[in-house]
Design a protein around this ligand. Structure first.
Ligand code: ADP
Length: 259
């Protein structure tokens, strides 16, 4: 990945248009949805008016993560109305467009159309949209980049994933299209002991930060593999919205996005 410019998004940028922040990963299961939900809540806590768009057609998990499983948006003047969540961040999800037990097996153009409905919805009250993309580099990502032109992309990776080619491919896709890479979040980095809270590093420490430096992108921070994060997420109470110590790591990442 050559020639990537590290960016800082100005807080006051895009006064009329919304600031779209795409959250991407090379592959699934690295915590991209978890980071998206908690980043959205963290940015909201910093005073932005944030909406969350769940564009992950393969596994739309934001309704569950945000405590509104089974919710359905209404439509007004042909625009979808985002669903309110207990955390002040309204949400629209691919998962809300289909019945709960229905698999989403859309062709490229349909997925792109659905993404358009989610982004061009009634977000009048929001200045910032966090967009949880599907993993990889497919149709939804291309539509996101070409049509909706995000202000920047946050890349989520595990320490192991980073060594693989996938995360770099995702970075390359945005960089080649001229979408600034806001930075890299290292998730499941080290293991937080559920008894004493101490974080140990079975895969070593500092690898992701070094890789980010090598790629010329900012390092936004690391989130440990922590049972408290998984159980809070499963319960629909995102850690960033709780008063626990795990909220701090997410808040710190949110702070770095605009600075
Ligand atoms: P992705 O969106 O990349 O597919 P998810 O955010 O859905 O990944 O996370 C996959 C699983 O890992 C979920 O069960 C989630 O709760 C869990 N998880 C994500 N990040 C962490 C973490 N830092 N500590 C513990 N569990 C995590």
């Amino acid at each position: 990945v050559a020639g990537i410019a590290t960016v800082r998004i100005a807080l006051t940028s895009q006064r009329t248009k919304k600031t779209l922040i795409a959250v991407a990963s090379g592959k699934g299961g690295v915590g991209k949805s978890t980071v998206s939900a908690n980043l959205a809540i963290g940015l909201q806590a910093l005073g932005r008016r944030v909406g969350l768009v769940d564009a992950d057609i393969y596994g739309p998990s934001q309704p569950k993560l945000m405590g509104v499983e089974g919710s359905r948006p209404t439509a007004k003047d042909k625009l979808l109305e985002p669903v309110a969540t207990p955390y002040g961040v309204p949400l629209l999800s691919m998962g809300q467009l289909v019945a709960a037990d229905q698999a989403i097996a859309w062709r490229g153009p349909m997925a792109a159309g659905a993404l358009g409905q989610l982004i061009d919805a009634d977000w009048a009250a929001q200045d910032t949209l966090v967009i949880d993309l599907p993993p990889g580099t497919g149709d939804v990502q291309l539509t996101m980049i070409q049509k909706h032109k995000p202000a920047g992309a946050v890349i989520v990776s595990t320490p192991q994933d980073l060594a693989l080619i996938d995360a770099r491919r995702a970075i390359d896709l945005f960089a080649k299209a001229g979408v600034p890479i806001i930075g890299l979040v290292e998730n499941m980095a080290g293991y937080a002991c559920p008894h004493c809270g101490e974080v140990s590093d079975p895969f070593g420490r500092g690898g992701a930060e070094a890789a980010a430096a090598e790629l010329g992108i900012a390092f936004l921070g690391r989130i440990p593999l922590d049972i408290a994060i998984r159980s809070a997420s499963d319960a629909g109470t995102p850690p960033a919205a709780r008063n626990g110590p795990e909220a701090l790591a997410f808040t710190a990442i949110a702070q770095r996005v605009f600075h």
